[in-house]
Design a protein around this ligand. Structure first.
Ligand SMILES: Cc1cc2nc3c(=O)[nH]c(=O)nc-3n(C[C@H](O)[C@H](O)[C@H](O)COP(=O)(O)OP(=O)(O)OC[C@H]3O[C@@H](n4cnc5c(N)ncnc54)[C@H](O)[C@@H]3O)c2cc1C
Length: 378
């Protein structure tokens, strides 16, 4: 009999895990979400695949995880597009981190040195180079780091494509199934009950509940500190090519999409599980848009939205089995990089399920690592 696998949470992380498990074969896979698939952080994301920009300090395990994922992306995206018939708009624009002041340059130069040893091929741009590559930039842009390897996808299409690919592979997709009210991990089987009366049973479970993963600590038996960090974000109408590359400053980023919008993000604010958009949050983005791209000063965003990033205490994801309940695995807490980290997360988690990757290999991302430090301190 085939092993039954239940995936809880249908954002990009859950969908990617379900897709990978189904692709490998040998399991009956069900994915369950209390709402719509991709309806939370994953559908709200800017879709940037930017391991170099996101990691400023050193080549630590998190940087290497991000880099591995970037390298998996082209083949992974192509395979999902082929199965689903939906383009995910993987676009290889490269990125520019812009320094608006002399003082911003030194950290970028330091980053360039160590990241080039890891394949970034980053080039330093002076003010004239900057305006040649990105003519719309303000004359205040003093210099910058061009990173040709970074790219982006259209996140709402990627989650649609993943859901369609899952269905093509025979994954049972149970959307709008209601919140989990009980999860039984004792004994051999996994049993999940939802508030709307849904009942799911399986041999193994992967919990991918994004910013809501903390609610599972009562069943795991240890602290799972995942906090929602709201990201408010907006988009302008913008002729294609007005902003050619992904542009980052210390205050905001801009990324041009193929549908003729320019996405500008994102705030980082704490508002519990509230996904509303505030005037203040968007005003900061529009102020910086006008400063960095003067042509945007007279324009207003045409869309505004928000999502909840699942943030752990150290900003690294939780990946691996639940101690004491090896039939349960966690894949959550991807904070600012869940879109980037989707392929590598799915691969590593399915390698653990298949017994090909010892959980110890994922030790820096162990789901109970905060419980362990609390015990040591206590
Ligand atoms: C504004 C913004 C911009 C971003 N930009 C980028 C970017 O450019 N690049 C990048 O890599 N990342 C980006 N991110 C981060 C990225 O979106 C997240 O890291 C990623 O989406 C997390 O995916 P997830 O599947 O864990 O969570 P989610 O997408 O939030 O999915 C979790 C799912 O679990 C479901 N769920 C929760 N509890 C239960 C339960 N008890 N039972 C059943 N289902 C449940 C929810 O309904 C939800 O659908 C951005 C995030 C935001 C908010």
């Amino acid at each position: 009999m085939k092993e039954e696998l239940l995936v809880v949470g249908g954002g990009i992380v859950g969908l990617s895990c379900a897709y990978e498990a189904a692709k490998r074969g040998g399991r009956k896979v069900t994915i369950v979400d209390r709402g719509d698939f991709g309806g939370q952080a994953s559908g709200a994301a800017a879709g940037m695949l930017a391991p170099y920009t996101e990691n400023s300090e050193q080549p630590d395990p998190f940087f290497r995880l991000c880099l591995d994922s970037l390298r998996l992306y082209p083949e992974w995206a192509e395979e999902i597009e082929r199965l689903s018939g939906i383009s995910v708009e993987l676009t290889h624009t490269g990125s520019i981190q812009v320094a608006l002041h002399e003082a911003d340059m030194l950290p970028l130069r330091t980053r360039q040195r160590w990241q080039n040893e890891w394949g970034a091929r980053a080039e330093w741009l002076d003010a004239a180079d900057l305006r040649r590559l990105e003519p719309g930039l303000s004359s205040a842009a003093a210099g910058g780091l061009y990173c040709p390897e970074e790219s982006h996808v259209y996140a709402p299409k990627l989650v649609k494509a993943l859901e369609a690919a899952c269905r093509r592979l025979g994954v049972r997709c149970a959307g709008n199934a209601g919140d989990t009210v009980d999860l039984m991990l004792d004994g051999g089987r996994v049993r999940l009950v939802t508030g709307t009366g849904g009942r799911f049973e399986a041999d193994r479970v992967i919990v991918c509940a994004g910013a809501w993963t903390g609610a599972f600590e009562r069943w795991f038996g240890f602290a799972v500190p995942v906090n929602p960090i709201r990201g408010q974000i907006c988009a302008y109408h913008s002729p294609i090519g007005e902003v050619r590359r992904m542009v980052f400053t210390s205050q905001a980023y801009w990324v041009g999409k193929r549908n003729g919008t320019l996405v500008c993000g994102a705030s980082e604010d704490i508002a519990g599980f509230d996904t509303s958009v505030t005037e203040r949050g968007i005003a900061r983005l529009t102020r910086w848009s006008g400063r960095v791209f003067p042509a945007l000063a007279d324009r207003s965003p045409v869309h505004r939205w928000a999502g909840l990033r699942p943030a752990t205490l150290d900003g690294w994801p939780l990946l691996g089995p639940v101690p004491g309940a090896p039939q349960a695995v966690v894949a959550a807490g991807h904070y600012r990089n869940g879109i980037l980290l989707a392929p590598v997360t799915a691969k590593r988690i399915c390698d653990v399920l298949d017994g090909k990757l010892p959980a110890a290999e994922l030790a820096p991302f162990a789901p109970d690592r905060f419980a362990a430090s609390a015990r040591t301190l206590g």
